[in-house]
Ligand binder design. Structure first.
Ligand code: UT7
Length: 332
């Protein structure tokens, strides 16, 4: 038997019903459709309203159920459920434990993985390593975020960017050498000065003061984050190509985190990649944090072919960033 690799064998997705358009945002903060479109590439995003459902787990469960139904998977066969998220339902109790129970994964254990917009990318590495040990056969990785729960809708620098959504991917052993091939993952703690939600953690527990001072919302110094993101995401993608002697012709798809179209374009340019090979859905969903990568896979699943070389790249708060090289394992 050859060396075991870990392949993605199914994907699922869910976005909530409510559509928040740029036009609607014009009535909420001082902004306009033209500015948002040219500076970010975003036209609309989805928001989970209480009348539809509550919490990140609602989105994660829907995405997992979509995968389970499409794949006709028996959920009791799942060994591990990981929820990559920056907005867990609650602190302390893992959202993944609740999600696993709700989807009927009664033989699984579950926990959350938190690395801002790189949560799903890091989670891919974790999921693949569990599978490669040979001990776990079915690992369900869900990227889910209800960003609307921490966005300040009076702050035009953040509220135009983020949206809610979830996507899921199943990792299974593969003996044909398909699946995750290589990774380049990095972090730099300087990042928490530029992109953070200051209160609610152990550093600044919730108080009347923190609520009054709006410290429970996400804050970002957009310009600085943009600079770090452009150079590091592009650098990580270029490095993973170098490490694996991949030319732009070898790469079938770039699967980039959807934070800003300009960051995505810079990454594709650095890779020398034709823009037709770049997955993009930022115009419809905005930045869904941990959900962007699996939402792309679900949207482009029909076009993916067995053996395609995919380069995933992400950058997020922390800072956290990196790239992963994966060979796609199935034709739909
Ligand atoms: O996913 C995790 C990480 N997050 C990111 O990667 C986000 C990275 N940052 C960005 O995507 C961009 O920095 C933003 C989209 C947040 C902002 O775009 P920018 O091109 O960096 O704009 P800026 O902050 O440099 O602001 C340019 C101008 C300013 O006006 P003045 O000072 O030039 O008169 C802002 O006040 O645009 C103004 N502005 C806006 N105008 C209309 C800022 N936000 C808005 C807005 N609508 N929503």
């Amino acid at each position: 038997m050859g060396k075991l690799s870990a392949a993605i064998t199914a994907v699922g997705a869910y976005v909530p019903n409510f559509v928040l358009t740029n036009k609607m945002l014009e009535g909420m903060v001082e902004t306009n459709d033209e500015w948002i479109t040219t500076r970010t590439g975003i036209k609309e995003r989805r928001i989970l309203k209480p009348e539809e459902g509550e919490g990140t787990s609602y989105l994660a469960i829907k995405a997992a159920e979509d995968l389970i139904e499409k794949r006709r998977l028996d959920p009791t066969e799942i060994d591990l459920v990981m929820v990559a998220t920056a907005t867990p339902d609650t602190l302390v109790a893992s959202t993944a434990a609740y999600v696993a129970t709700k989807i009927g994964a009664t033989n699984a254990f579950g926990y959350d993985l938190l690395a801002a917009c790189s949560s799903f990318l890091y989670g891919m590495s974790t999921a693949a390593n569990y599978v490669q040990t040979g001990r776990y056969k079915k690992v369900l990785l869900i990227g889910a975020d209800k960003m609307s729960s921490i966005v300040d809708y009076t702050d035009r620098t953040t509220c135009i960017i983020f949206g809610d959504g979830a996507g899921a991917a199943l990792f299974e052993p593969n003996e044909e050498g398909l699946g995750l091939q290589d990774e380049y993952l990095r972090s730099n703690g300087v990042g928490r000065n530029y992109l953070s939600m200051d209160a609610g953690g152990s550093l600044m527990p919730a108080s009347m003061e923190t609520v009054k001072n709006r410290k429970h919302y996400i804050y970002q110094d957009g310009k600085s984050v943009f600079k770090f993101a452009v150079s590091n995401m592009a650098d990580a993608a270029a490095r993973i190509m170098e490490q694996n002697a991949l030319t732009h012709e070898d790469v079938a798809w770039l699967v980039p985190h959807q934070a800003n179209k300009r960051i995505i374009d810079a990454t594709a340019n650095r890779m020398g990649l034709d823009h037709a090979k770049v997955m993009m859905n930022i115009q419809r969903y905005g930045n869904t944090t941990s959900a962007t990568l699996p939402l792309l896979l679900a949207d482009y699943e029909d076009q993916l072919k067995k053996g395609d070389n995919l380069v995933f790249a992400a950058f997020g708060g922390g800072f956290t960033w990196g790239a992963i090289y994966l060979k796609w394992a199935y034709n739909k």
